[in-house]
Design a protein around this ligand. Structure first.
Ligand code: NAP
Length: 298
């Protein structure tokens, strides 16, 4: 019998279009910053902040902390919810602490709102990694802990350690979603962020979503994002185009019907997730198929 810890810090109010995190309301759509770097990134984040985005997603792997710091200069730090992720090879406690220090320094901030393990590493003890994260949380260097690119097996094992997991960030768009994982997260009060919500922009060409959108005066991308929030998840669309940035936030004034949701669900549940392979050159392959026993050493 496993013991599960759970976090009740995030409340997604779909009708109100608000994601309440510890009683503070943020727009339900976050801003993704991969693969933006340099001036393109700072301009995009500045535009996103001006348009009203408050949740910003980054990672050590993206190499854009300086640009984000530049973009948010002069803004009230407390108005933003900044998420970052530590890469696969930096999850031993000492490496993780160093990664966070460098992250904070480059982002020019004293704390992260959420710090996530970018990909699970089956060679590193999850107990030790989470204990290090919890220590950083107690030190108020991070507010919330999260995991990314995990399976239900990973989550079960992580939750057993009794450290509150607030977020899971996973691939989710109208061509793929992991219903089992979403249900598990809901049962354990873990909030879900959706990466690649527009399938890298390919959603624009989707006949079914374009047709659905016509009825509401919305684009296929807006339909995709709306589908995600109606699942109670936070999409993280990325864009360097001001019109797209604006368009992606403008999804609160319509709702998909139950039938439309089911139609998208049905197709998405037959799709495949993106997998990391040796030839992708990341230095590791993903480990989403590992069993409960194999997924993380204690
Ligand atoms: N945890 C993880 O492992 C992981 C993995 C991948 C991504 N992420 C996060 O998730 C975020 C989003 O993922 P992503 O950027 O890979 O995919 P995405 O948001 O699905 O797609 C981004 C692409 O869509 C285009 N686009 C955005 N809005 C559009 C619109 N309204 N109409 C037409 N095209 C539009 C953008 O082009 P324009 O610039 O021209 O608008 C860009 O090329 C990333 O930025 C990152 O923060 C996390």
């Amino acid at each position: 019998m496993h013991m599960f810890a759970s976090s009740h810090l995030v409340e997604v109010d779909i009708e109100g279009g608000v994601c309440k995190i510890e009683e503070i309301g943020y727009p339900i759509i976050g801003f993704g910053t991969y693969p933006l770097t340099g001036k393109v990134c700072s301009t995009a984040v500045e535009q996103a902040a001006k348009i009203g985005y408050r949740i910003i997603d980054t990672a050590t792997f993206y190499e854009n902390f300086d640009s984000i710091a530049q973009a948010l200069k002069g803004q009230d730090r407390h108005h933003f919810y900044i998420i970052s992720k530590v890469w696969h090879d930096k999850q031993f406690p000492e490496d993780l602490r160093k990664d966070l220090d460098r992250t904070l320094e480059q982002l020019q901030t004293d704390y992260l709102d959420a710090y996530l393990l970018h990909w699970p590493n089956s060679k590193v003890s999850i107990k030790k990694t989470l204990a290090a994260m919890e220590e950083l949380r107690q030190q108020k260097k991070i507010r919330h802990i999260g995991l990314s690119n995990v399976s239900v097996n990973h989550l079960k094992k992580a939750l057993e350690k009794g450290i509150p997991i607030t977020w899971v960030q996973v691939e989710m768009h109208p061509y793929f979603y992991d219903r089992e994982l979403l249900n598990f997260c809901r049962e354990h009060s873990i909030a879900v962020q959706a990466w690649r919500p527009l399938d890298l922009g390919r959603i624009t060409e989707d006949t079914m979503l374009n047709e659905m959108g016509k009825k509401y005066g919305k684009t296929a991308c807006q339909v995709a994002l709306r589908w995600i929030i109606q699942h109670g998840c936070i999409p993280l669309p990325g864009s360097k185009n001001e019109n797209h940035i604006r368009e992606n936030l403008d999804i609160m004034n319509f709702a998909l019907s139950k039938e439309e949701m089911q139609k998208i669900d049905q197709r998405a549940s037959t799709g495949n997730r993106c997998r990391l392979k040796e030839e992708d050159g990341f230095g590791f392959t993903d480990e989403l198929d590992l069993s409960y026993d194999e997924c993380w050493p204690n």
